[in-house]
Ligand binder design. Structure first.
Ligand SMILES: NC(=O)c1ccc[n+]([C@@H]2O[C@H](COP(=O)([O-])OP(=O)(O)OC[C@H]3O[C@@H](n4cnc5c(N)ncnc54)[C@H](OP(=O)(O)O)[C@@H]3O)[C@@H](O)[C@H]2O)c1
Length: 283
């Protein structure tokens, strides 16, 4: 059994920590706030933006970095993805045997509807994308594996379902690809990588079912029992965004728990009965 430090014990980090405890690992969860941690996780309270708040850290075998930025600004991205991991590593008593760093498919600048694979070199089109790539490159130089996640959904992350219900989701580029991953796959795949004897440098955490945004919104509308707005009947092939390909996770032998968002969102809805059609429709 391993000693594991989860730096950034938030939505994904906490689910990974919960799973690791169940597997019998000794788990430390680092976060800034007094927010909840799963049972059996030893809390480390530290703000990695303020090195003076970082206590002495345990020596661990495995390290997961799942820090989230406080906003979509350059300053927030630099603080969370570039500066904080450096502060963390400076404070660790020894280099962990295995490190996994969560990144985002937002690192890609590609916006022509084409495919991106784990070995596609990103060409960020934004300053925040460039900072993600800087963080990925630093992680790879340390020998860490980078897990690039698609858009995360799951229990408690139902903002898109709420926007479909109130009609506000039907804005923006409906011809863009949506790439999704259930929180449980994001967490279980990260744990799979930590336990892997020789993980590849970069893996894409996305399901098997990239989907045009319009098709996604129509399917979620049907699931929620709400009306689809009147739109031109033809669905053009996506011509913007990118399609995140997940061959790298299949090559690892990782079995997706939710291969498609279609069944994945149905499972989420069962955990959120307040959003189900019977709960939201007028009698
Ligand atoms: N959301 C998406 O759709 C999406 C898509 C692709 C990739 N990702 C990436 O996936 C990763 C995990 O996302 P998530 O949804 O699990 O994020 P999250 O719920 O916001 O959790 C982030 C965690 O980082 C901690 N944290 C942030 N700054 C810190 C600091 N300076 N010192 C110590 N702890 C700090 C937070 O602690 P407190 O809560 O205690 O403040 C929180 O526990 C992020 O890197 C995110 O960019 C997300």
């Amino acid at each position: 059994m391993a000693r594991l430090l989860v730096a950034g014990c938030g939505y994904v980090g906490s689910e990974l920590a919960r799973r690791a405890v169940l597997e019998g690992h000794e788990v430390f969860g680092l976060r800034r706030s007094e927010g909840p941690l799963p049972p059996g996780v030893t809390r480390i309270r530290a703000d990695l933006a303020r090195p003076e708040t970082v206590p002495s850290l345990p020596e661990v075998d495995w390290l997961l970095i799942a820090l989230g930025a406080d906003g979509r600004t350059e300053a927030a991205y630099r603080a969370a993805y570039v500066a904080a991991p450096a502060v963390l590593h400076a404070a660790l008593p020894a280099k962990p045997q295995r490190e996994v760093v969560i990144s985002s498919a937002g690192v890609f600048g590609r916006d022509d509807g084409g495919d991106v694979f784990a070995d596609t070199r990103p060409a960020p089109a934004t300053a925040t994308g460039a900072l993600l790539l800087e963080a990925e490159d630093a992680a790879l130089r340390r020998g860490a594996a980078v897990l690039r996640l698609a858009g995360i959904y799951g229990p408690g992350r139902v903002g898109l379902l709420r926007r479909v219900l109130d009609g506000s989701a039907w804005t923006g580029r409906l011809t863009s690809w949506s790439n999704l991953v259930h929180r449980d796959d994001a967490a279980a795949l990260a744990l799979h990588l930590l336990a892997h004897p020789a993980p590849p440098p970069v893996v894409h955490g996305a399901d098997d079912d990239p989907v045009p945004r319009r098709v996604l919104l129509e399917a979620l509308s049907e699931l929620l029992g709400c009306v689809v707005p009147d739109l031109p009947p033809q669905i053009p092939a996506p011509s913007d965004g990118k399609r995140v390909r997940n061959r790298s996770l299949h090559d690892l032998g990782y079995p997706l728990l939710h291969p498609s968002w279609r069944a994945g969102y149905r499972a989420v809805l069962e955990q959120h009965p307040e959003l189900a059609p019977s709960a939201t429709q007028e009698p």
